[in-house]
Design a protein around this ligand. Sequence first.
Ligand SMILES: [Zn+2]
Length: 430
Amino acid sequence: MNPVVLSIAFAVAILASLLVKFWLATRQMRHVAAHRGAVPAAFAGTVPLDAHQKAADYTLAKLRFGIVNDAFGSAVLIAWTLLGGLGALNDALLGWVAPHWGAMAYQLLLVGAFVLIGALIELPFDLYSTFRLEQRFGFNKTTVALFFSDLVKSLLLGVAIGGPLLALVLWIMQAAGGLWWLWAWGALTAFQLLAMVVYPTLIAPLFNKFEPLADDALIARVQSLMQRCGFRAKGFFVMDGSRRSAHANAYFTGFGAGKRVVFFDTLLKRLNGDEVEAVLAHELGHFAHRHIVKRMVLTLAFSLAGFALLGWLASQWGFYAGLGVTPNAVFSDNALALLLFMMALPPFLFFVSPLFASLSRRDEYEADAYARSNANATDLVRALLKLYEDNAATLTPDPVYVRFYYSHPPASSRIAALGLSHVSLAGAAA
Ligand SMILES: [Zn+2]
């Protein structure tokens, strides 16, 4: 691989993706601002003007923040790679650590130092987003103390889980020969499946409290819905999502027909029984259509292709040189290869993201249709509108922006696909 060609391709991908992001953000800002003055006709009578305007202001504030964050992120990326930041960090650790503690310790410390520096650089943005932006619109419920205790917990968890996993991958890269990437992919896949099994019972409780749902009427109602749909409930829990954020949600976890149902306390406070049932019917639709399994298979196929690519790149001198790093003469380059790959990929992958977004939107329409057959479509729409309002999601997004980014179709498209008009909606709300 020719390093100069790689440097140029990488720089062009960063610049092009940044320009496309700016263009899309500008379109979205213009569209939302132009529709800020009045509630769209389809929602007149169901969505109050002040909620509509709050959604517009929140959307605009997030877009402005996103532009600054994206520009800064691209500058950091260039500093790490083409300007030689990772090379300098590597030289320092290579001199201090490698001769005394060996190749594995040096590689683990290199990745650890990279992650830590990256987190520190991002910290002001996270703080601003949580305590300025989210705060201003009344969404932030976390405190500075809770924010930093979450951060420390995440870091410790990252060291405790990510450290051994990284060591395993680095060992496979060293020991497994030319097909190491296949073995490494297999190991990571096994780990991901394990994580999905233990996450709800072991990891999630570290961050939130889960209490059994006490509302018997709601339990009976959700149980009967699940029976109708051919699922068994393994347990109903309420999660204290309100501790950190006012955004509302509900989800299922578990394999096979038995499901743990988790409600955010914020969701139960906001929706009535009919609406909760409709939202859960939508979530069950994702399971009934096997969206989760399909998504996983697609992700695994993509990651296999990624590992095969990395397997080839890691052996190319030009891959390191083209991204601003001099390969090590004596010690292993594997940790360098992993870091460079993780940095180099996103600017190229950005241009594939609309494909994934469109697959996701198709799944949402299917889940909505499932909810219509197993619960009540009007309840679903009323629940959706409440959630859109609570999350201050705009009802008037730019169509091109939607096509590029939106994992969920905009409210107006979902209502139209459910076969409802604003007339039947206003009637139901009354
Ligand atoms: Zn969905």
